[in-house]
Design a protein around this ligand. Structure first.
Ligand SMILES: [Mg+2]
Ligand SMILES: [Zn+2]
Length: 287
Protein backbone atom coordinates (compact mmCIF):
# COMPACT_ATOMS: atom_id res chain seq x y z
CA UNK A 1 0.00 0.00 0.00
CA UNK A 2 1.02 3.61 -0.63
CA UNK A 3 1.89 4.44 2.95
CA UNK A 4 3.44 1.13 4.04
CA UNK A 5 6.71 2.90 4.91
CA UNK A 6 5.07 5.19 7.47
CA UNK A 7 4.67 4.51 11.19
CA UNK A 8 2.48 7.01 13.06
CA UNK A 9 2.85 6.93 16.85
CA UNK A 10 0.22 8.75 18.90
CA UNK A 11 0.03 9.84 22.48
CA UNK A 12 -3.59 9.39 23.66
CA UNK A 13 -4.70 11.98 26.26
CA UNK A 14 -5.08 15.51 24.82
CA UNK A 15 -3.79 14.18 21.48
CA UNK A 16 -6.37 11.64 20.23
CA UNK A 17 -9.02 12.60 22.80
CA UNK A 18 -9.38 16.23 23.82
CA UNK A 19 -9.00 15.71 27.59
CA UNK A 20 -6.96 13.70 30.07
CA UNK A 21 -8.85 10.43 30.51
CA UNK A 22 -7.74 10.00 34.15
CA UNK A 23 -8.98 13.47 35.13
CA UNK A 24 -12.10 13.02 33.02
CA UNK A 25 -13.18 9.84 34.83
CA UNK A 26 -12.33 11.21 38.31
CA UNK A 27 -14.13 14.52 37.64
CA UNK A 28 -17.19 13.01 35.97
CA UNK A 29 -17.64 10.55 38.85
CA UNK A 30 -17.38 13.33 41.46
CA UNK A 31 -14.08 12.22 43.03
CA UNK A 32 -11.97 15.29 42.23
CA UNK A 33 -11.61 16.43 45.85
CA UNK A 34 -10.26 13.08 47.07
CA UNK A 35 -7.97 12.87 44.04
CA UNK A 36 -6.48 16.29 44.81
CA UNK A 37 -6.06 15.38 48.50
CA UNK A 38 -4.16 12.18 47.70
CA UNK A 39 -2.09 13.45 44.76
CA UNK A 40 0.76 14.84 46.92
CA UNK A 41 1.07 11.49 48.73
CA UNK A 42 1.62 9.00 45.90
CA UNK A 43 2.66 8.65 42.24
CA UNK A 44 -0.09 9.45 39.71
CA UNK A 45 -0.28 5.88 38.39
CA UNK A 46 -0.69 4.38 41.90
CA UNK A 47 -3.26 7.05 42.71
CA UNK A 48 -5.41 6.04 39.74
CA UNK A 49 -5.50 2.45 41.03
CA UNK A 50 -6.43 3.82 44.48
CA UNK A 51 -9.17 6.03 42.99
CA UNK A 52 -10.70 3.03 41.21
CA UNK A 53 -10.78 1.26 44.60
CA UNK A 54 -12.52 4.25 46.20
CA UNK A 55 -15.06 4.53 43.38
CA UNK A 56 -15.75 0.77 43.56
CA UNK A 57 -16.36 1.00 47.33
CA UNK A 58 -18.88 3.80 46.66
CA UNK A 59 -20.83 1.41 44.44
CA UNK A 60 -19.65 2.76 41.08
CA UNK A 61 -19.61 -0.12 38.60
CA UNK A 62 -17.25 -0.77 35.71
CA UNK A 63 -20.19 -0.05 33.35
CA UNK A 64 -20.49 3.43 34.89
CA UNK A 65 -16.81 4.07 34.20
CA UNK A 66 -17.21 2.83 30.60
CA UNK A 67 -20.23 5.12 30.09
CA UNK A 68 -18.21 8.12 31.26
CA UNK A 69 -15.26 7.16 29.02
CA UNK A 70 -17.51 6.92 25.96
CA UNK A 71 -18.59 10.55 26.57
CA UNK A 72 -14.99 11.86 26.55
CA UNK A 73 -14.48 14.59 23.94
CA UNK A 74 -12.84 13.64 20.64
CA UNK A 75 -12.74 15.79 17.49
CA UNK A 76 -14.58 14.17 14.53
CA UNK A 77 -11.71 15.08 12.16
CA UNK A 78 -9.32 13.09 14.36
CA UNK A 79 -11.54 10.01 14.11
CA UNK A 80 -11.58 10.38 10.32
CA UNK A 81 -7.83 11.08 10.11
CA UNK A 82 -7.02 7.88 12.01
CA UNK A 83 -9.34 5.81 9.81
CA UNK A 84 -7.90 7.32 6.60
CA UNK A 85 -4.26 6.90 7.67
CA UNK A 86 -4.98 3.26 8.49
CA UNK A 87 -6.78 2.73 5.16
CA UNK A 88 -3.74 4.14 3.33
CA UNK A 89 -1.51 1.52 4.93
CA UNK A 90 0.20 3.54 7.68
CA UNK A 91 1.14 1.46 10.72
CA UNK A 92 -0.53 3.19 13.70
CA UNK A 93 0.57 2.74 17.31
CA UNK A 94 -0.28 4.33 20.66
CA UNK A 95 2.18 5.19 23.44
CA UNK A 96 0.26 6.51 26.44
CA UNK A 97 0.47 6.93 30.21
CA UNK A 98 -3.30 6.26 30.54
CA UNK A 99 -4.28 2.56 30.75
CA UNK A 100 -5.50 -0.23 28.48
CA UNK A 101 -9.07 -0.21 29.84
CA UNK A 102 -9.64 3.53 29.27
CA UNK A 103 -7.98 3.56 25.85
CA UNK A 104 -9.61 0.39 24.48
CA UNK A 105 -13.07 1.40 25.73
CA UNK A 106 -12.83 4.77 23.94
CA UNK A 107 -11.27 3.39 20.73
CA UNK A 108 -13.85 0.59 20.48
CA UNK A 109 -16.67 3.08 21.00
CA UNK A 110 -15.49 5.08 17.97
CA UNK A 111 -14.66 2.03 15.82
CA UNK A 112 -10.94 2.82 15.93
CA UNK A 113 -9.43 -0.07 17.87
CA UNK A 114 -8.65 -2.18 14.79
CA UNK A 115 -6.70 0.73 13.26
CA UNK A 116 -3.85 0.28 15.78
CA UNK A 117 -1.21 -2.42 15.69
CA UNK A 118 0.08 -1.67 19.22
CA UNK A 119 -1.14 0.04 22.37
CA UNK A 120 1.75 0.65 24.76
CA UNK A 121 0.37 1.84 28.09
CA UNK A 122 -0.26 0.93 31.74
CA UNK A 123 -2.11 -2.39 32.11
CA UNK A 124 -5.70 -1.97 33.32
CA UNK A 125 -8.10 -4.84 33.93
CA UNK A 126 -11.25 -5.66 35.86
CA UNK A 127 -10.70 -8.04 38.81
CA UNK A 128 -13.12 -10.70 40.11
CA UNK A 129 -14.85 -8.12 42.34
CA UNK A 130 -15.55 -5.94 39.31
CA UNK A 131 -12.97 -3.37 40.38
CA UNK A 132 -10.70 -1.80 37.78
CA UNK A 133 -7.06 -2.35 38.67
CA UNK A 134 -4.39 -0.13 37.10
CA UNK A 135 -0.74 -1.18 37.18
CA UNK A 136 2.43 0.59 36.04
CA UNK A 137 3.81 -0.01 32.52
CA UNK A 138 7.20 -0.26 34.22
CA UNK A 139 7.17 -1.69 37.76
CA UNK A 140 9.12 1.06 39.50
CA UNK A 141 8.76 -0.65 42.90
CA UNK A 142 11.31 -3.25 41.67
CA UNK A 143 13.68 -1.07 39.64
CA UNK A 144 13.95 2.25 37.83
CA UNK A 145 13.36 2.24 34.08
CA UNK A 146 16.74 3.95 33.89
CA UNK A 147 15.77 7.11 31.99
CA UNK A 148 17.01 10.22 33.76
CA UNK A 149 14.70 12.72 32.07
CA UNK A 150 12.68 14.62 34.68
CA UNK A 151 9.82 14.73 32.17
CA UNK A 152 9.44 10.90 32.29
CA UNK A 153 7.28 9.57 35.18
CA UNK A 154 8.62 6.57 37.19
CA UNK A 155 6.04 4.17 35.70
CA UNK A 156 6.77 4.90 32.04
CA UNK A 157 9.51 6.27 29.81
CA UNK A 158 7.99 6.63 26.35
CA UNK A 159 11.49 7.09 24.92
CA UNK A 160 12.35 3.49 25.85
CA UNK A 161 9.17 2.33 24.08
CA UNK A 162 10.16 4.27 20.94
CA UNK A 163 13.65 2.73 21.00
CA UNK A 164 12.08 -0.73 21.13
CA UNK A 165 9.81 0.14 18.19
CA UNK A 166 12.78 1.57 16.23
CA UNK A 167 14.82 -1.58 16.88
CA UNK A 168 12.04 -3.80 15.54
CA UNK A 169 11.50 -1.52 12.49
CA UNK A 170 15.21 -1.69 11.66
CA UNK A 171 14.86 -5.46 11.15
CA UNK A 172 12.47 -4.85 8.25
CA UNK A 173 13.60 -4.47 4.63
CA UNK A 174 11.77 -1.25 3.90
CA UNK A 175 13.06 1.94 5.52
CA UNK A 176 10.38 3.39 7.79
CA UNK A 177 9.58 7.00 8.58
CA UNK A 178 8.09 7.83 11.98
CA UNK A 179 5.58 10.59 12.67
CA UNK A 180 5.12 11.14 16.45
CA UNK A 181 2.19 13.14 17.85
CA UNK A 182 1.89 14.31 21.45
CA UNK A 183 1.18 17.14 23.85
CA UNK A 184 2.61 16.33 27.29
CA UNK A 185 5.94 16.43 29.12
CA UNK A 186 6.23 12.65 28.71
CA UNK A 187 6.27 13.11 24.92
CA UNK A 188 9.58 14.99 25.01
CA UNK A 189 11.84 11.97 25.68
CA UNK A 190 10.44 9.99 22.69
CA UNK A 191 10.77 13.14 20.53
CA UNK A 192 14.53 13.12 21.26
CA UNK A 193 14.79 9.53 19.96
CA UNK A 194 13.48 10.45 16.50
CA UNK A 195 16.01 10.70 13.71
CA UNK A 196 16.64 12.87 10.64
CA UNK A 197 13.82 12.23 8.22
CA UNK A 198 11.29 11.58 11.02
CA UNK A 199 8.61 14.09 12.04
CA UNK A 200 7.24 15.25 15.38
CA UNK A 201 3.83 16.90 15.64
CA UNK A 202 3.70 18.68 19.04
CA UNK A 203 0.39 20.23 20.03
CA UNK A 204 0.92 24.00 19.98
CA UNK A 205 0.79 25.72 23.36
CA UNK A 206 1.02 22.45 25.30
CA UNK A 207 3.97 21.35 27.52
CA UNK A 208 5.89 19.29 24.93
CA UNK A 209 5.68 22.18 22.47
CA UNK A 210 7.18 24.56 25.07
CA UNK A 211 10.00 22.11 25.78
CA UNK A 212 10.70 21.58 22.07
CA UNK A 213 10.74 25.36 21.46
CA UNK A 214 13.26 25.81 24.29
CA UNK A 215 15.45 22.87 23.29
CA UNK A 216 15.07 23.06 19.53
CA UNK A 217 18.67 22.02 18.85
CA UNK A 218 18.22 18.65 20.60
CA UNK A 219 15.47 17.59 18.18
CA UNK A 220 16.56 15.85 14.96
CA UNK A 221 13.08 15.29 13.58
CA UNK A 222 11.28 17.96 11.57
CA UNK A 223 8.80 19.81 13.80
CA UNK A 224 5.24 20.40 12.55
CA UNK A 225 2.88 21.87 15.13
CA UNK A 226 -0.91 21.52 15.29
CA UNK A 227 -3.59 23.01 17.53
CA UNK A 228 -6.96 21.35 16.93
CA UNK A 229 -8.63 18.42 15.17
CA UNK A 230 -8.63 20.10 11.76
CA UNK A 231 -4.94 20.93 11.91
CA UNK A 232 -4.22 17.43 13.24
CA UNK A 233 -5.77 16.01 10.07
CA UNK A 234 -4.34 18.59 7.64
CA UNK A 235 -0.78 18.43 8.96
CA UNK A 236 -0.78 14.64 9.28
CA UNK A 237 -1.98 14.13 5.70
CA UNK A 238 0.38 16.73 4.31
CA UNK A 239 3.26 14.80 5.93
CA UNK A 240 1.97 11.40 4.77
CA UNK A 241 1.70 12.69 1.21
CA UNK A 242 5.19 14.24 1.41
CA UNK A 243 6.75 11.02 2.73
CA UNK A 244 5.06 8.93 0.02
CA UNK A 245 6.36 11.28 -2.64
CA UNK A 246 9.92 11.17 -1.21
CA UNK A 247 9.74 7.35 -1.09
CA UNK A 248 8.62 7.26 -4.72
CA UNK A 249 11.41 9.59 -5.81
CA UNK A 250 13.98 7.43 -4.02
CA UNK A 251 12.59 4.28 -5.57
CA UNK A 252 12.65 5.68 -9.09
CA UNK A 253 16.16 7.14 -8.57
CA UNK A 254 17.36 3.72 -7.43
CA UNK A 255 15.90 2.14 -10.54
CA UNK A 256 17.51 4.79 -12.76
CA UNK A 257 14.19 5.79 -14.18
CA UNK A 258 13.53 9.29 -15.40
CA UNK A 259 9.79 9.47 -15.24
CA UNK A 260 8.41 12.27 -13.12
CA UNK A 261 6.83 11.53 -9.81
CA UNK A 262 3.23 12.47 -9.39
CA UNK A 263 3.24 14.29 -6.08
CA UNK A 264 -0.43 15.03 -6.10
CA UNK A 265 -1.40 11.52 -5.02
CA UNK A 266 -4.81 11.84 -6.58
CA UNK A 267 -6.06 8.71 -4.92
CA UNK A 268 -5.37 10.04 -1.44
CA UNK A 269 -8.18 11.57 0.59
CA UNK A 270 -6.23 14.76 1.19
CA UNK A 271 -8.15 17.33 3.19
CA UNK A 272 -9.03 20.52 1.38
CA UNK A 273 -6.55 23.23 2.21
CA UNK A 274 -8.27 26.13 3.92
CA UNK A 275 -5.39 28.59 3.63
CA UNK A 276 -1.74 28.69 4.59
CA UNK A 277 -2.61 27.26 8.01
CA UNK A 278 -3.50 23.99 6.37
CA UNK A 279 0.16 23.19 5.85
CA UNK A 280 2.70 22.52 8.52
CA UNK A 281 4.84 25.48 9.37
CA UNK A 282 8.30 24.85 10.69
CA UNK A 283 8.50 26.19 14.22
CA UNK A 284 10.26 29.48 14.42
CA UNK A 285 13.59 29.02 16.15
CA UNK A 286 13.50 30.34 19.69
CA UNK A 287 16.72 30.88 21.58
MG1 LIG B 1 -1.09 13.52 26.29
ZN1 LIG C 1 12.55 8.85 29.18
Amino acid sequence: MAAAGIVVIFDFDKTIIDCDSDNWVVDELGATELFNQLLPTMPWNSLMDRMMKELHSQGIRIEDIATVLKRSPIHPRIIEAIKSAHALGCDLKIVSDANTFFIETILEHHGLKECFSEINTNPGFVDEQGRLRIFPHHDFTKSSHGCQHSSCPPNMCKGIVIERIQASLSMEDQKKTIIYLGDGLGDFCPTLKLGDGDYVMPRKGFPVWDLICNKRKLVNAEICEWSDGEEFENVLFHLISRIISIDRKNTSAKMGQLYSVDCKLETMPLPVATGHEAFPQALSVLH
